[in-house]
Design a protein around this ligand. Structure first.
Ligand SMILES: *[C@@H]1O[C@H](CO)[C@@H](O)[C@H](O)[C@H]1NC(C)=O
Length: 124
């Protein structure tokens, strides 16, 4: 009897520590509770057919060349918004930096987390 109990507790003691203690995320999003504070937001690419990409252009205008395509459904971090050409009545563009290059996605294609009420205006 005593031997069995000992064997069991020895087994439990051998469980890898990594299983018992999952890594804590280092970054805390504490700022989110302060609704008045604007900052970078993580937003999903919406209003596209699955498999399509939204154009990320070098400026907030439809004539500005596309630099990157971001696939539908992807979540990305946008820093601020800029006013520009309208797409279906949405005239703000959300700025993102990808691989060190800044580009803009029209707000029609980003979810409500990237509304101009939540993102700061870009400084020109
Ligand atoms: C909105 O953006 C914040 C800040 O990046 C992020 O923590 C949060 O998860 C986002 N919310 C949604 C619904 O995507």
């Amino acid at each position: 009897m005593k031997l069995q109990t000992f064997a069991l507790s020895a087994l439990v003691g051998l469980l890898p520590l990594s299983m018992a203690t999952p890594a804590e995320p280092i970054e805390q999003e504490g700022d989110d509770s302060d609704l008045a504070k604007r900052g970078a937001r993580s937003c999903k690419i919406v209003n596209l057919n699955p498999g399509d990409n939204v154009n990320c252009r070098y400026g907030p205008h439809l004539g500005d060349g596309e630099i990157f395509g971001i696939p539908a459904g992807e979540k990305r971090t946008f820093a601020c918004y800029e006013n520009g050409d309208c797409v279906k009545g949405v005239c703000t563009w959300d700025q993102i930096t990808i691989l060190g290059t800044t580009c803009y996605v029209n707000g029609y294609y980003t979810d409500s987390n990237c509304s101009s009420k939540k993102l700061p205006k870009c400084k020109d």
